[in-house]
Design a protein around this ligand. Structure first.
Ligand code: GLA
Length: 793
């Protein structure tokens, strides 16, 4: 959306109109001094009387001797009076509001707007000054104060962390937002859109707070649109996607700390005490290396699985982000969006800036219910083909690394097929000629198949897989380049770097500057060419470094701070094109593991690679962490030798999400082959339940000797319970949840470990009520043993 008025017409007419309006509102919108934390509405203002301060335009005009402010506005109005009719007409046609408040259907002070789902609402109200306020989530409406402003702006009296900070074209560093109107373009379809329009009375600048409320899933998506028609560019210093207010009493934040091979491994739950807690990334790409954009706020003390009010937040953005939680002593404001650090964005007249989407999900019944609703939302709207089961995948990375050729790879097909594999993924190392990709030091950027390893290219490799009854997938890392490559030799200016500084490499590579159209074209052609090879129906899109020298030789000197935002938007355009042009090609999102796991990128993908760490004892807590926000359908979980754990344990852990293997099947013992084959067939048997069913987290693994989860089919006819005995220790009965109490389920262990005594209840039938009350004594009892138990009618 954007204004289509010419800036001359709109600018002059608006200035006249808006200036008059600014005068009318003086003393309400402009008259509050710093530190004013006073009531609006009918409640008398407390504290010392504050002299109204002339607003910026008035001050400017006081200096501009001889021409009064009203004088100017009258001249302007006269000047454009004949055009004004057109202007008003255009406003009506565009559905955009730029006229005085009297155009609003109701007096602003009476307007209340509720963005509501079945069990949740965030309530807004227009205060007397025409500003928009929010009632803290879950708190009975009380008197409104300045600190309650819905989307607070810097520079005109608001003293806490603002959502919006703008430098106007004339240098004014303050912004004031006054309510205009709200619209509900699609009030009835279960995903209601609400658009609340605000404007600055002194400038032709509009801000629209947008909400999409998913009624049944209790999910609200929020984003902000900013459009301006000032005489020149304005600079957005800070532009949050969301700025919700929450009660400060008993509020806790759960977030995840990690690193490469430790992604989402360590949940931290802490009270949000007065002051500010910031989760952020300044990494530009691979932004989630140390923390993810997803978190949980709990309103009744530390969160619990089955009770308490909880709000999950997940920012759909793959670049530098900031989620800040400010406790001002009375309430907490959650500000999430693009990281304001080094991200000043110059918005030209007529341009619209749209922030990333913030996804909020609500439950009054704890984390379990919260995740189930968020998973349903993700299957419907957050992922590609979210209702389609996923294939058994065999990846060669752990098996061969960079060391392979045509014979070696095709030699893996027959055992893969015999094992029941459905999809073969060829990882890194297949390209580069002048600088062959035989290790990670060379070849990135040169996407031609290596002639020595694959003399006839990729097509025969893919065809041979298909001939064996396997689908074929390929690894790509289109955003990157090794200095040791043809590409870099030809285009040294295509990389992101700072002039005059030594190149800083990570994994021997650099990031290509996607803001440059030639790079966009190069990357698109690369992707198009590779994915057009017949029989390629899957790709793993990797991204193995972050930004440390964020400079672009393409962007103008005064646009350098656009790099992070423009990069991500160009990346999304590329991903979007890929998804559209190759709708049947499944995509895995990878970034040295889980360095890029957010719903901004995920909507173009089917699944993600959570971590290079596939040690099953680590994957249990990691996958638990991801499961708060992402359904098992999206979580690629592979059996490997990492950690040297018993293969049965590794298989059982991999079965609890999208199952795959990263093993040299030819080197497995007969016993291990049987375990893997059993796991593959168990996966095919249960995947409708695990990938498309409802998750119940039963026993948290963190710091415990055991972890357990279960999945229940939507019709409750089947369930699968996973018990992971991480260490030696007690192994009591595990209590499933979510069963139909009246239905009778037969208990059966899938792919039981060879030599272990069967469960006492193996093959017996119980009601759901009995199972949930008494539990099931699993067969696993010692460290590094696991049980996968099916409950079926
Ligand atoms: C990254 C990925 C791995 C693998 C390698 C290949 O580290 O996370 O799974 O694909 O790249 O270089």
């Amino acid at each position: 959306m954007g204004l289509c008025l010419t800036s001359g017409l709109a600018g002059r007419c608006e200035l006249g109109q808006l200036a008059v309006r600014g005068e009318n509102l003086r003393g309400q919108a402009f008259g509050e001094g710093f530190g004013a934390r006073r009531s609006l509405g009918n409640v008398p203002l407390a504290g010392p009387a504050i002299e109204p301060v002339p607003n910026f335009l008035e001050r400017r005009n006081v200096r501009d001797k001889g021409r009064s402010f009203l004088g100017i506005s009258s001249i302007m109005k006269m000047h454009c009076v004949s055009r004004l009719r057109w202007f008003v007409l255009l406003q009506g046609v565009a559905g955009l509001w730029l006229a005085p408040a009297s155009v609003s259907a109701q007096p602003a002070a009476a307007v209340k707007i509720s963005v509501a789902t079945k069990n949740f609402a965030v309530d807004f109200e227009v205060g007397e000054g025409g500003r928009l306020y929010q009632h803290a989530v879950g708190v009975a409406p009380g008197k409104l104060q300045r600190a309650d402003e819905a989307y607070p702006q810097a520079g005109d009296g608001y003293i806490w962390e603002p959502a919006l900070q703008i430098v106007h074209a004339d240098g004014n560093t303050s912004t004031v937002l006054i309510y205009d109107s709200f619209t509900r373009p699609n009030a009835s379809d279960g995903r209601e859109l609400t658009r609340i329009q605000l404007h600055d009375p002194a400038y032709p600048l509009q801000v629209t707070l947008c909400f999409r409320a998913d009624r049944d899933r209790d999910v609200v998506e929020q984003w902000t649109e900013i459009v301006q028609h000032e005489a020149g560019a304005v600079t957005l210093e800070r532009m949050a996607s969301t700025a919700w207010l929450l009660p400060a009493t008993n509020i806790y934040l759960t977030h995840f700390f990690g690193d490469w091979a430790k992604e989402m491994l360590s949940p931290i739950t802490e009270a949000i005490t007065p002051g500010m807690k910031v989760l952020d990334s300044k990494l530009g790409v691979r932004a989630d290396q140390f923390r993810n954009t997803s978190f949980v706020l709990s309103l009744d003390g530390p969160p619990a699985e089955n009770h308490g009010r909880v709000l999950a937040g997940s920012l759909a953005w793959s670049g530098s982000f900031q989620c800040a939680f400010e406790n001002d002593g009375d309430q907490v404001r959650a500000l999430c969006g693009v990281n304001p650090f080094a991200s000043a964005y110059h918005l030209k007249p007529g341009e619209t800036f749209t922030t990333p989407i913030m996804i909020w999900a609500w439950s009054a019944n704890g984390l379990g219910d919260l995740s189930r609703k968020l998973h349903r939302w993700a299957r419907d709207f957050g992922l590609r083909d979210g209702h389609q089961i996923r294939a058994v995948l065999l990846n060669n990375w752990e098996a061969t690394g960079f060391d392979f050729d045509f014979q070696r790879i095709t030699g893996l097909y027959a055992p893969a097929k015999a094992m029941g594999t459905e999809l073969f993924l060829l990882d890194d190392g297949w390209f580069g000629n002048k600088h062959p990709r035989v290790n990670d030091a060379a070849g990135l950027g040169d996407w031609q198949p290596n002639r020595q390893r694959l003399p006839d290219g990729l097509a025969p490799l893919a065809a041979a897989a298909v001939k064996r009854g396997l689908r074929f997938g390929i690894w790509i890392e289109p955003e990157m380049v090794n200095p040791k490559s043809d590409l870099f030799e030809q285009h040294p200016d295509w990389v992101i770097r700072q002039p005059g500084r030594d190149l800083e490499l990570q994994r021997n590579q650099l990031v290509l500057d996607l803001t440059r159209p030639a790079v966009q074209e190069f990357e698109w052609n690369t992707i198009k060419e590779i994915l057009s090879v017949p029989d390629i129906t899957y790709a793993k899109w990797d991204c193995n470094r972050y930004l440390t020298q964020p400079g672009s030789a393409y962007l103008a000197p005064d646009r350098q701070s656009h790099l992070g935002i423009d990069y991500v938007n160009a990346l999304y355009a590329l991903m979007d094109k890929t998804a559209k042009q190759f709708p049947a090609t499944e995509l895995m999102l990878c970034s040295s593991g889980g360095g890029r796991v957010d719903y901004g990128a995920l909507k173009y993908f089917h699944e993600f690679w959570p971590s290079d760490n596939t040690d099953p004892t680590q994957r249990v807590p990691m996958q638990w962490g991801y499961s708060y926000f992402f359904p098992a359908l999206a979580v690629a979980s592979h059996v490997t030798h990492w950690g040297n754990r018993p293969l049965h344990f590794a298989c059982s852990v991999a079965l609890s999400a999208r199952f795959g293997m990263d093993l040299d099947l030819t080197k497995l013992s007969a016993a291990d082959q049987a375990i893997c084959a059993g796991a593959v067939s168990a996966y095919k048997h249960i995947r409708e339940v695990t990938l498309l069913g409802d998750l119940y987290r039963l026993e948290a693994p963190h710091g415990n000797h055991r972890g357990a989860v279960s999945y229940v089919a939507p019709d409750q006819a089947r369930a699968v319970v996973f018990v992971f005995q991480l260490k030696d220790g007690p192994s009591p009965a595990v209590r499933p949840q979510g069963l139909d109490p009246a239905k009778k389920y037969t208990v059966h262990e899938l792919n039981p470990a060879p030599g272990r005594a069967p469960m006492a209840v193996e093959g017996k039938t119980f009601t759901g009520e009995e199972l949930m009350r008494d539990g099931i004594a699993p067969s696993c009892a010692n460290g590094l043993e696991a049980s996968v138990i099916e409950l079926a009618l």
